[in-house]
Design a protein around this ligand. Structure first.
Ligand code: SAM
Ligand code: 2KA
Ligand code: SF4
Ligand code: MG
Length: 215
């Protein structure tokens, strides 16, 4: 059984694949925060910008097996696209690796999709992922130390970029912390720009979907 908060067709907003048409599957639940505001301040991850509680979002629900969820997600890829790009699905959440398994990945491959994952890096990865983005959180212990992109939200007191710069990733991104969920103030954009100018291993990742005003 898979629990999905919401699923939708949009452009990937962040990181190396920003701008690519994608079906997003947002799984319910996370291991680093309950999703309740009352628990935010005492959780390992405190700045989350996402509602991943329940199954009540657009195209959300509970799916009995990989076939039924894969059919549901594949149906969100439009039938009238033109050109060469492969269909692309991004599994996120919440924490997708609490639920994503090799059989669902296989079912998406069987429907001609490339499979991307956005994870906090604390849970072992299943086989078959085509694009892996790891985004470390505070003091949480990372078990995934290689992948395609490491995308660190900045600044985090307990997770400075220097802790991750030696890991086995092709791209290293800093993404300015959106302080809106925290009702906070501060110019995290300027801090990221300054860091990337000092340390060119790290590149700027913007949450372009928020700028554009899409999901
Ligand atoms: C909501 S998380 C879901 C996937 C997974 N749990 C994770 O943390 O990577 C998706 C992406 O949004 C980023 N993110 C969450 N809250 C953010 C915020 N306030 N500002 C900037 N990025 C944020 C995360 O670091 C992650 O890269
Ligand atoms: N457009 C868009 N791009 C995204 N990239 C990562 C997202 C996420 O919440 O995991 C996200 C999202 O929520 N929307
Ligand atoms: S780990 Fe990801 S989904 Fe979980 S609370 Fe943090 S940003 Fe949100
Ligand atoms: Mg998001």
């Amino acid at each position: 059984m898979y629990s999905v908060k919401e699923a939708f067709y949009t452009l990937q907003g962040e990181g190396a694949r920003a701008g690519r048409a994608s079906v997003f599957c947002r799984f319910t639940g996370c291991n680093l925060w309950s999703g309740r505001e009352a628990d935010r301040a005492s959780s390992p991850c405190r700045f989350c910008d996402t509602d991943f509680v329940g199954t009540d979002g657009q195209h959300g629900g509970r799916f009995r097996d990989a076939t039924s969820l894969a059919d549901h997600l594949a149906a969100l890829w439009p039938t009238n696209t033109v050109g060469k790009a492969a269909p692309y699905v991004v599994f996120t959440g919440g924490e997708p690796l609490l639920q994503l398994d090799a059989s669902l990945i296989e079912a998406m491959h069987a429907r001609d999709f490339e499979v991307a994952v956005e994870t906090n890096g604390t849970i072992e990865i299943p086989a078959g992922i085509d694009w892996l983005c790891v985004s470390p959180k505070g003091t949480s212990r990372m078990v995934v130390t290689r992948g395609d992109e490491l995308k660190l939200v900045y600044p985090q007191r307990d997770a400075p970029p220097e802790r991750f710069a030696h890991l086995d990733f092709q791209y290293f991104y800093l993404q300015p912390m959106d302080l809106t969920p925290l009702h906070g103030e501060g110019d995290t954009m300027a801090e990221v720009v300054a860091y990337c100018l000092r340390t060119p291993q790290w590149q700027l990742s913007l949450q372009t979907h928020k700028i554009v005003g899409i999901d």
